[in-house]
Design a protein around this ligand. Structure first.
Ligand SMILES: Cc1cc2nc3c(=O)[nH]c(=O)nc-3n(C[C@H](O)[C@H](O)[C@H](O)COP(=O)(O)OP(=O)(O)OC[C@H]3O[C@@H](n4cnc5c(N)ncnc54)[C@H](O)[C@@H]3O)c2cc1C
Length: 444
């Protein structure tokens, strides 16, 4: 099979990009599956693939441990995914447990415990991505995946005749010689920008939600909070600011404090998010310590790709997982659980596909992945897209906050809906959320 890397599909344009003379490149290192990116989605995919006996190359441009811009909050959905991968989430192992979500809005505060369900544990967690991502990558490695750190994938290798991806080219992140890796299928787990997907022609969809959020850390006495705290309205004196905020105690003397906005908000795209964070925090009680002197990290931001905002999830041998496939929950901005769940789903699909004797059969199984994703989240994300449109209208959002914050039963239902935490055969609230998700139109 001839290898062909059209210049327009390269991910970086270094001075010598594309100059390796054909035929002089060393032979490709081979695997059954290449996973590009070892964040939660890539590490989970690689873990389940390796556990099933497949030879997996997990290519990661950074070296662990490394930072990632995040709120560091894990709901019971994420706890379940971590437990499923054999991660010990005890407090002795450094995980801060929480009991639920404290919601602050319309001048009120309400503590909503995580629901008691058969399907999910009754607690959430907090852990820095510095620790979490390394833990997951090492789990994948321990299961047998070949993790190569400090390797930046720069482009797909395509079959000249069919245009199908047959591998990737990569280079040491500190700039060494280009190498080629070959596999039967390639997984894009390279996050929100997913340059590998873009190189294959898969761009973000404008008709799907997108968030932007910033966060930093402060030394604060509030660091060992046993609730995640979510702010539904942000105030600068008596001026309502756009966006939503969070304060998550890290249990290590600091809190992760941040805010975000959705692309349905009028202020999206023309807001100075760093200034917005400072304006909001100005109004916080002095004893919480959210001041410049107590800030322990830079304010950093990134995008949250939501509600399947990149499709199709399978195209020409390339499978998209986690943020690369736009899988953040549009209701609450949670992405880690969905990255891990979609990783497991994808791995199980690939294992079945590669076990088929004929190529056409393999292809049929792989082509079922977008449908399986749609079955798992499609209806719920479709509801999420309606929700995102509605809360883009500040008047409607203020009305909903004012009316729901004095109704604990309604907020209990809202928590189940927003965090996607229900049992299949649960109570009336569970049945309502599940029913609405089923009814929602669900295009793949
Ligand atoms: C400000 C903010 C706050 C958030 N808060 C939360 C929260 O509290 N809880 C929650 O559940 N979610 C949160 N999210 C969402 C969450 O961070 C993502 O959904 C999650 O990280 C997705 O995991 P992933 O593995 O798909 O992608 P990523 O975590 O982005 O991992 C992608 C990996 O690919 C690697 N990579 C990229 N390009 C290449 C390349 N060319 N070659 C090799 N490797 C490459 C990257 O280095 C990275 O390790 C937040 C997001 C933001 C921006």
């Amino acid at each position: 099979m001839t290898e062909h890397v059209p210049p327009e599909t390269r991910l970086t344009d270094g001075p010598d990009a594309g100059l390796s003379p054909p035929g002089r490149r060393p032979p490709a290192e081979e695997a059954d599956v290449i996973v590009v990116g070892a964040g939660p989605s890539g590490a989970t995919t690689a873990y389940y693939l390796a556990q099933s006996g497949l030879d997996v190359l997990l290519l990661e441009k950074a070296r662990f441990p490394r930072e990632k811009v995040c709120g560091d909050g894990l709901t019971p959905r994420a706890v379940k995914a971590l437990v499923g991968m054999g991660v010990s989430v005890s407090e002795e192992d450094g995980w801060l447990h929480n009991k639920g979500l404290r919601v602050i809005g319309a001048g009120k505060r309400m503590e909503l415990p995580w629901p008691e369900l058969a399907s999910y544990p009754g607690y959430g967690l907090v852990r820095t991505r510095h620790d979490l991502d390394e833990t997951l990558a090492r789990r994948a490695q321990k299961a047998g995946a070949r993790l190569l750190e400090g390797v930046t994938v720069i482009g797909p290798v395509l079959d000249e005749r069919t245009g199908r991806i047959t591998g990737v080219t990569a280079r040491p992140s500190d700039n060494g010689d280009e190498r080629t890796y070959a596999a039967r299928v390639v997984v894009a787990a390279d996050g929100n920008s997913s340059r590998l997907s873009v190189a294959m022609g898969l761009r973000k969809r404008d008709d799907r939600p997108l968030g932007v959020a910033v966060r930093t850390y402060y030394k604060t006495p509030r660091h060992d909070d046993d609730y995640l705290e979510s702010w539904l309205d942000l105030w600068d004196g008596d001026r309502l600011l756009p966006g939503y905020g969070w304060i998550f105690g890290m249990g290590d003397g600091t809190s992760n404090v941040g805010l975000g906005m959705l692309n349905t908000s009028a202020a999206f795209g023309n807001t100075d998010y760093h200034a917005l964070l400072r304006q909001w925090l100005k109004g916080m009680p002095a004893e919480w310590g959210f001041t410049e002197e107590n800030r322990t990290a830079p304010i950093r931001g990134a995008a949250l790709p939501m509600g399947f905002n990149r499709t199709p999830h399978y195209y020409q041998g390339l499978l998209l997982v986690g943020d690369a496939g736009g899988m953040v929950n549009p209701f609450n901005g949670e992405g880690i659980a969905y990255a891990m769940e979609s990783g497991e789903l994808l791995a199980r699909t690939i294992v079945q596909a590669l076990a088929r004797a004929r190529r056409a059969e393999t292809e049929r199984v792989l082509a079922g992945y977008p449908h399986a994703l749609s079955q798992a989240y499609g209806g719920y994300y479709a509801l999420g897209r309606v929700f995102v449109k509605a809360i883009g209208r500040p008047g409607l959002m203020r009305f909903a906050t004012r009316h729901s914050m004095s109704r604990p039963a309604l907020m209990g239902f809202a928590l189940k809906l927003l965090a996607n935490l229900t049992d299949t055969r649960g109570d009336a609230a569970d049945r309502l959320v599940n029913g609405l998700s089923k009814l929602a139109p669900n295009p793949e």
